[in-house]
Design a protein around this ligand. Structure first.
Ligand code: SF4
Length: 331
């Protein structure tokens, strides 16, 4: 017996809608890090070495490579005396020492909001706290923060991890987090931690950064009744991956992450009326425009922006770079 599934119903334009998250894309820390590498290339000439991906976006990395940036995994790969930029995710003190040992000229593009978490870790460790760092094992930001106080930090990845933690009742405990986590999941972990360890102390301010929070609020808004949410961002971008999860938790029927429009599977659009689009904090907006063009080519109308927050934060460039630009008469 064959079952006739019929031909998919053609949707007319009036039934289709595209919602576009605002804010989305570049945050202040990513913008600063990318400009840092561009300015370093202009000022010192190629090559400029960058330890790890400057931001977690393959298109950004490829564009900078074309201009003469060389991305390496570790300091030992860089010839002595060259210039190295540290990525927005931050580095541990050991990486600074390794760079010094190779006489490298360093430019630190660590996002100031990551540096804030490093400083909190150092202070808590100095004051004899055990620090529960909520984050993803192996993520560069977590490696950098943990490296500030390796003896005092315990990593907590999931709510269930709390069950396996043991500390004496009089232990001084505090928690910190990676800047790009799901706000809701992090708060669930903190709730469990506090239930088990009532003496737990909070950090002085939120570690999950404004950009991560704003993009999650926005995707909840545009994702709640969407048939499909497309998140533009790379697979190693923590905040982009979280946006897919948050969209699904908010009620989106489906959500996928793509690096660019070429990764969209046409089948995702079958029967889909409302498509919502957003992007992670390391994504240039031309990649989002590519997705909107793709949708337009398939009969979807122009996107309606849904604004949930205003962002105006701008960080000044790393001080080493500003000093050299000034000396060269470019500041
Ligand atoms: Fe800084 Fe947040 Fe952007 Fe990371 S996502 S670079 S912490 S502003």
């Amino acid at each position: 017996m064959t079952i006739d599934l019929g031909t998919p119903r053609q949707l007319d334009d009036a039934e289709r809608e595209v919602l576009l998250a605002d804010p989305r894309g570049y945050c202040a820390g990513v913008d600063r890090a990318v400009i840092t590498v561009e300015q370093a290339l202009d000022l010192y000439g190629a090559p400029v070495y960058v330890r790890k991906q400057i931001v977690h976006n393959k298109h950004v990395v490829q564009n900078l490579e074309k201009r003469g940036a060389i991305f390496v995994e570790e300091i030992g790969e860089i010839p002595e005396g060259e210039t190295v930029v540290f990525s927005a995710h931050g580095v541990s003190p050991q990486v600074h020492r390794d760079a010094e040992a190779r006489s490298l000229k360093t430019i630190d593009a660590t996002c100031p909001l990551v540096t804030k978490v490093h400083n909190e870790a150092k202070r808590f460790a100095r004051e004899q706290y055990e620090i529960l760092l909520i984050g993803h094992d192996g993520h560069e930001e977590v490696e950098g923060t943990a490296g500030e106080a390796p003896e005092s930090i315990t990593l907590v990845e999931r709510p269930e991890d709390v069950d396996h933690l043991e500390f004496p009742p009089d232990a001084k405990l505090s928690w910190l987090s990676q800047t790009t986590l799901s706000v809701d999941e992090t708060m669930e972990i903190v709730r469990r931690l506090r239930e088990k360890f009532p003496q737990l102390e909070d950090p002085p301010s939120d570690d999950i950064c404004y950009a991560t929070q704003n993009r999650q609020v926005a995707v909840k808004q545009i994702g709640a009744e969407a048939d499909l949410v497309i998140v533009v961002g790379s697979g190693n971008s923590s905040n982009s991956v979280r946006l897919v999860e948050v969209a699904l938790e908010a009620g989106a029927k489906a959500s996928y992450r793509v690096d660019d429009a070429s990764e969209i599977d046409e089948a995702w659009l079958e029967g889909v009326e409302r498509v919502s689009v957003t992007s992670g904090a390391s994504v240039p907006d031309d990649l989002v425009q590519g997705v909107l063009d793709y949708l337009a080519d398939r009969g979807y109308p122009a996107a309606k922006a849904v604004n949930t927050a205003e962002e105006s934060l701008v960080f000044s460039l790393p001080k080493e770079l500003r000093r050299d630009m000034k000396a060269a008469g470019r500041a």
